[in-house]
Design a protein around this ligand. Structure first.
Ligand SMILES: [Zn+2]
Length: 509
């Protein structure tokens, strides 16, 4: 007999009075369990109208299901909003891998669901996860703050600098071992007498380039034209740096003057630089997307030039010839297979409708949960602003001391600022949410068309959005789609949408 838990919740007085009382919910769920032949092993209830409210039982249920994951895999609940209060709850339940029966809505999510329900659920989870990720970009925020203070937040510094610990902080400092290499490169190049190749020869002949001295973090294994241009293009040397696409003024000590840097930039604007940068920056379409089917290791990309002078890209297993026999494969070979596969990704109108339905349901869930949080924040902000006005009046009336006023003023404005920051994060997450939803729909409708007309960069972006855990076996690409596209793809193969029926129907309660 399948084992199940029951979860019931009331969140407000109105709900209680509308006949959704806890006993009413329980009755419904027990009857359902009996009809389906489920054994109810535990009940969990949250009454948020009670004084010591909260969602204690929800947490206990998660814990219980984790502890009993081998035996209990079913949650019975009246309807969606009983179970989920926010996106986080939604993702948490999904990660448990249980089946959730939404009894009033006549729906199952999780492993017992029908394929179209799984598709809808998959999209909703994806959207929710993405939203949460966007909201919790604390790390990034910290990095940006560091950049605002003029401290380069990255760990890899250009040649001529090293990280040094000062007052318990890591700060960039001039590296005496290498500073002359960098300075001389700028000076020589500015004369206009040297090409990149000639410049390499020059600094090498002068003994300025000593590989052992170059810090590992700079990741310069060999001195190439591309690395020359990387150095000469870097504003770090005169005191500025880029972080997340924005330019910041650094607090580190410059090695060269802005004038010298500007001079070099003028010289750089030539054919050889353009060619080198283009060559160096062209993305590898399948980079980071494939593993070797034979040994499981990463497939890496390399660019080579044929004797004819034509560039080409191939992919190989990192253990090729040592422990693995997987041979290198050209990008062209892989590209052809992707094109073929995406051609097969044409979706029936019915699936598109499901996708739209899922996006709408996800949006409703977001409106009901996230937007409430935002409302609360706005309310809190308004109340603080009122308080701010009130103490201002008190101060004018000389009812409070100036010290007290200053203290409260500082406190309130700080809290208002915090709220504004949080609201801004919500705004960013909102934009990304809309973008993701639009992308999912767009890709599902015309992935093939989009891929065929994309440039290399767009292709790469599109594939990393679409693929996950794909493998290379001989010359064959073993394509695996990311959620929810795996569902979309399976759906087109296993369902007979002409009749609107699942080919493997699982009747709902
Ligand atoms: Zn391998």
């Amino acid at each position: 007999m399948k084992k199940a838990v029951i979860y019931v919740r009331v969140s407000s007085k109105e709900q209680k009075e509308e006949g959704y009382s806890i006993p009413a919910q329980k009755r419904l769920l027990w009857d359902f369990a009996k009809a389906k032949g489920f054994e109810v092993v535990k009940e969990f209830e949250d009454d948020e109208t009670a004084k010591s409210s909260g969602r204690k039982s929800f947490g206990e249920m998660i814990k219980y299901l984790e502890d009993h994951s081998k035996t209990v895999n079913i949650i019975l609940v009246e309807k969606t909003d009983r179970l989920y209060r926010n996106f986080k709850d939604y993702v948490k339940i999904d990660e448990l891998g249980v089946s959730v029966f939404l009894v009033k809505e006549n729906e199952v999510v999780g492993k017992d669901a029908s394929s179209h329900q799984k598709l809808i659920h998959g999209i909703k989870v994806l959207m929710a996860k993405n939203y949460i990720d966007n909201l919790s970009e604390e790390v990034k925020k910290g990095f940006n703050q560091k950049a605002l203070l003029g401290v380069y937040p990255g760990s890899s510094l250009p040649i001529g600098y090293k990280m040094a610990k000062k007052d318990n902080k890591c700060l960039p400092e001039i590296d005496d071992n290498n500073k002359n290499l960098a300075i001389k490169m700028f000076e020589y190049y500015a004369t206009g007498l040297y090409s990149a190749t000639a410049l390499i020869d020059k600094v090498k002949s002068e003994g300025l380039f000593i590989p052992e001295n170059i810090p590992h973090a700079s990741r310069m294994s060999s001195f190439t034209k591309a690395s020359v241009f990387r150095i000469l293009k870097n504003p770090f040397y005169y005191g500025e740096f880029y972080w997340n696409g924005k330019k910041y003024t650094g607090t580190h000590q410059p090695l060269i003057s802005k004038d010298l840097w500007d001079n070099v930039q003028k010289r750089l604007n030539r054919y050889e630089y353009k060619k080198a940068i283009r060559f160096n920056n062209l993305p590898f379409v399948f980079k980071g997307l494939l593993t070797c089917a034979e040994c499981g290791r990463t497939i890496t990309a390399e660019r080579k030039i044929k004797p004819s002078g034509k560039e080409y890209v191939y992919y190989r297993c990192t253990k090729y010839k040592r422990e693995c026999s997987q041979k290198p494969v050209s990008e062209e070979t892989l590209d052809k297979q992707i094109v073929e596969a995406l051609k097969g990704l044409k979706l029936p109108d019915k699936t598109i409708l499901y996708l739209k339905e899922a996006l709408k349901e996800s949006f409703d869930l977001k409106k009901n949960t996230v937007d409430k949080t935002k409302e609360d924040l706005l309310k809190a902000k308004q109340s603080l602003e009122k308080k701010l006005g009130k103490i201002y009046e008190d101060k004018l009336d000389e009812v409070i001391t100036i010290d007290f006023y200053n203290k409260m003023f500082g406190d309130y404005t700080q809290r208002i600022e915090d709220i504004d920051n949080t609201l801004k994060k919500f705004q960013t997450a909102d934009y990304n949410y809309y973008q993701l939803g639009a992308n999912i729909l767009e890709l599902s409708k015309r992935a093939y068309f989009l891929y065929k007309n994309a440039n290399l960069e767009e292709k790469q972006e599109l594939l990393s959005f679409l693929l996950s855990d794909s493998q290379l076996k001989g010359e064959t690409l073993l394509i695996k789609y990311k959620k929810p596209f795996d569902r979309v793809f399976v759906a087109t193969k296993s369902c007979d949408y002409r009749s609107g029926r699942d080919s493997n129907p699982r009747p709902l309660p």
